[in-house]
Design a protein around this ligand. Structure first.
Ligand SMILES: Cc1ncc(COP(=O)(O)O)c(C=O)c1O
Length: 490
């Protein structure tokens, strides 16, 4: 704060705002006879003293939480080019439909007969996703991309075991998202890491050398984690199928392809969607998300239980009689609210609108890449929907990619993803998405170029950023591993 600025409302905890007797709501007098609590509850369930709840009027509560929400960065506040995360703007109509009483107030224990509308929505969403992916069957249960991958790996196991040929290895490129090797290892497979070629792609010759009869399959996102389209994908899928393996597409990057091409047509057997990325449901900060998994016909018997089915009269029921299924993977039927949001988004855009999102996502990324590439190196060239720059050139000034990320906060923008993928030194992975205007993209590029200039002129200034945030630099690992969320030590 500079010396001339007027005093601001102090930052206090809601408990510190509390004053005895203040309240935000007035309860109306009950119009039925009341009975004392100790007549209704056993003594063991009664408190000895009232709970220490804050006593605060409604407007103070509203101001308090609005102020807190603005301390953090979010997509409603500013640009959020977090590569690999597709932080596109989430239209508010998604929220409206998710809160419609018939959907938002539905109880998970509602009998199937009384939840036909919800099942109809899930059915239609499944049909649309199958069409988008070029697949034959689907489960909407997985709660995230990573859980979709785990389901995929379990499907690999179920399929090969049913052929009497359980296999041991899954091949993953070195550019892959960290969840790929992690989920594959969780499923009990050995991970074979394949070195990408100088263009950042999977090399069919290198793949062929690694393939064998103990390989259950390949997990490969497309475009890959460098944003590069795997142009040899048809050769790759043919080689894998020739040895009896399966192809899994990590569909997290579908925003670059949706409406343009389909994983099923490229030869993949399985794909997961990140509904919270491509289909615009809010994410970040840990969820909730949804990672439906779509498969070709030969894998349908192994999908998680239960499978939603529709009879000739359009009535929905849940099929639990699938002896080959890998079992249930989520409570009830998945993260239903996320499914409603994704359904709304897809229906709002329609097939042409979805294809347009992919076109503009790629165009926007081409634009920022073209503006930045003379300053920030692009070791693997421009990507499709995202590009991975390197901040290694800043090291001569003692400045690192992390400092660029922190300085960007002073411009009111979230940083791109940094230090990932691992195969790019000082990586800066930017994904602008289709929802940003040219003016916003220009603001981002101007900021990035200004930071590079500041780094050469006054490195210490960049290394001490940010200057405008409530908290400057945290020990991030400690803050997330040992969060201190207590109001009082006692
Ligand atoms: C390429 C890729 N695969 C998988 C995931 C995992 O998805 P989720 O965060 O929903 O588990 C991500 C997430 O960032 C990703 O970018």
């Amino acid at each position: 704060m500079n010396e001339n600025s007027a005093p601001q409302r102090p930052t206090q905890l809601i408990f510190e705002l509390s004053q005895p007797g203040r309240r935000g709501t007035a309860m109306t007098k009950p119009d039925v006879p009341t009975r004392p609590l100790d007549e209704l509850l056993p003594a063991s369930a009664l408190r000895k003293s009232p709970p220490a709840l804050p006593e605060v009027p409604e407007h103070d509560v509203a101001r308090h939480f609005t102020a807190i929400s603005l301390k953090n960065h979010h997509v409603d506040k500013g640009f959020y080019p977090l590569g690999s995360c597709t932080m596109k703007y989430n239209p508010k109509i998604n929220e409206m439909t998710a809160r419609l009483p018939g959907l938002g107030d539905l109880h998970p224990f509602q009998p199937t007969s009384a939840a036909q509308g919800a099942f109809h929505l899930m059915w239609e969403l499944g049909e649309m996703l199958k069409e988008i992916a070029g697949m034959d069957a689907i489960t909407l249960q997985p709660a995230a991309g990573a859980q979709g991958e785990l389901v995929g790996a379990l499907l690999f196991r179920a399929y090969h075991t049913a052929q009497g040929d359980p296999r041991k290895k899954i091949i993953i490129p070195d550019s892959a998202h960290g969840t790929n090797p992690a989920t594959v290892a969780m499923a009990g497979y050995d991970v074979v890491t394949l070195k990408s070629n100088e263009e950042g792609r999977m090399d069919p010759a290198v793949l062929e050398a690694a393939l064998g009869e103990d390989v259950a399959g390949v997990m490969l996102t497309n475009p890959n984690t460098l944003g590069t389209f795997e142009s040899e994908i048809e050769t790759i899928t043919r080689l894998v199928h020739q040895v009896g393996g399966l192809m899994y597409m990590d569909g997290a990057n579908l925003n670059a392809l949706v409406g343009m091409t389909r994983p099923g047509d490229l030869g993949y057997d399985i794909v997961h969607f990140n509904l919270h990325k491509t289909f615009s449901t809010p994410h970040g900060g840990g969820g909730p998300g949804a990672g439906p998994v779509a498969v070709k016909e030969h894998l349908a018997p192994y999908l998680p239980l239960p499978i939603l089915q529709r009879d000739g009269e359009g009535k929905y029921s849940l099929d639990w009689e699938r002896p080959a299924s890998i079992g249930k993977v989520h409570g009830f039927w998945g993260n239903f609210g996320v499914l409603v949001r994704a359904y709304t988004y897809i229906r709002m855009l329609g097939p042409d609108g979805l294809a347009e999102t992919a076109r503009v996502a790629v165009l926007n990324n081409a634009y920022i890449s073209a503006r930045l590439e003379a300053t920030y190196d692009l070791p693997y060239g421009r990507g499709m929907h995202e590009s991975v720059f390197s901040g290694a050139f800043l090291k001569e000034h003692g400045v690192r990619t992390l400092d660029v990320a922190k300085r960007l906060l002073d411009f009111g923008m979230h940083s791109p993803t940094v230090y990932f993928p691992l195969i790019v030194a000082e990586a800066i992975m930017a994904e602008p998405t289709e929802t940003e205007t040219k003016e916003e993209l220009d603001r981002f590029c101007d900021a990035m170029l200004q930071i590079a200039e500041e780094a050469s002129r006054d490195p210490e200034f960049v290394k001490n950023a940010p200057y405008t945030t409530p908290i400057r630099r945290l020990d991030e690992a400690r803050a997330s591993r040992h969060p201190d969320v207590r109001y009082k030590a006692d």
